[in-house]
Design a protein around this ligand. Sequence first.
Ligand code: GDP
Ligand code: IMO
Ligand code: MG
Length: 418
Amino acid sequence: MKTDVLLGLQWGDEGKGKVVDVLTPQYDIVARFQGGPNAGHSLEFDDIEMVLHTIPSGIFRENIINIIGNGVVIDPAIINSEFETITKLGVNLFDKLLISRKAHLIIPTHRIIDAASEASKGKTKIGSTLKGIGPAYMDKTGRNGLRVGEILEPNFKQRYETLKKKHIEFLKQFDYKYTIEEKDFFEGVESLKRFPFVDSEFVINQALQQNKKVLAEGAQGTLLDIDFGTYPYVTSSSTICAGACTGLGIAPKSIGEVYGIFKAYCTRVGSGPFPTEQINETGEKLRAVGHEFGATTGRPRRTGWLDMVALKYSVMINGVTQLIMTKSDVLDTFETIKVAVAYNINGKEISEFPYELSDSIQPVYKEFRGWNRSIAPIRKYGELPAELREYILFIENETGVPVKIVSVGPNREETIIK
Ligand code: GDP
Ligand code: IMO
Ligand code: MG
């Protein structure tokens, strides 16, 4: 069998958590391949509303193995609070969660460096989630990082202290006051020891050979990718399809479907360019109706219209085979819906995503008629308003990829599979 990959095509928060939870019953394994507690993946089912940061979104389904892959960075304190919340909901994590011993650890001083670095940048700050993601990946690629497997080594504390010392030295360049809180970190480290540490590459490849089905769950989105995102306003990992290969240890030939998920409009949290952003009543309405506040930081998300130039770029980079459109219901009460089909830069129209998204970009919009009725109760594709089906057909024609799932609400049930 192959590994299917589900990943975000915009700036994150496309609804990955919800849709992974919906698709999980078709799989044997769900695996996170990158990112860390900067992610906030929301799930809603029965009377439960849950936000997952590190644990894969397949965790609430029966008989599914969930894997945290080597490409992920783990904050023991944060994952420990996830363990507690999920256990309180009656889920036995011990028979369904495996953690790669090659995943890297976020230590308390990584978070301090993140905060100090952001503070020093002033207006040019990235708008990081302040979870220590960038510094932890810097230590990984700089070959100084601590891996989950090291927790079991007798000299773990010593290696931790060595890294902490390096961080304290590094922090001297910043005019930044801090205290190092380590209690939750070490409690989390002890808590992690209760779980099986595995080599995800063996677990997944053996599962594939046994004809098991694997779903790789992305975090963030393509426009936040370290290489292809809106650099430097990006995260520090490979959020694209290729990241599933390096973040789990699987070969490109074992990738099957690539599900690309996008909102029917667009949001971004943190700094950086956003050509279709609406800093006006339209943007405020999108934020209010779509409850666009960060699942991890609570920050208001910036909002705007769908951007086909960017979407087509993301489809290309990832080799998307099926599209998933979420939050379609948020557009229910808009008379007119706009989509950027090109960028006008200094009088020249371009339809290819440029090297840099400068402030001088003027999006060229195509307008669509709204449907002016509530679609949340609809479960059959054919019953969706004709205007919405026209909107979807346009997206399919532009990208050359079918829209296979339309999400019409945050709940597991509010999903239309075409
Ligand atoms: P993720 O990071 O991609 O998993 O997305 P988030 O969970 O951060 O943000 C998506 C938000 O939209 C969450 O609050 C979801 O509950 C909600 N959501 C997901 N799909 C839909 C949908 O189709 N309609 C509406 N109204 N909300 C949705
Ligand atoms: P999910 O998985 C939306 C953004 C931050 C910031 C930039 C860098 O829920 O879609 P970082 O903390 O990674 O150094 O921040 O990336 N960002 C996200 N935005 N959704 C996310 O994850 C994000 N993870 C990081 O806001 O702009
Ligand atoms: Mg999110």
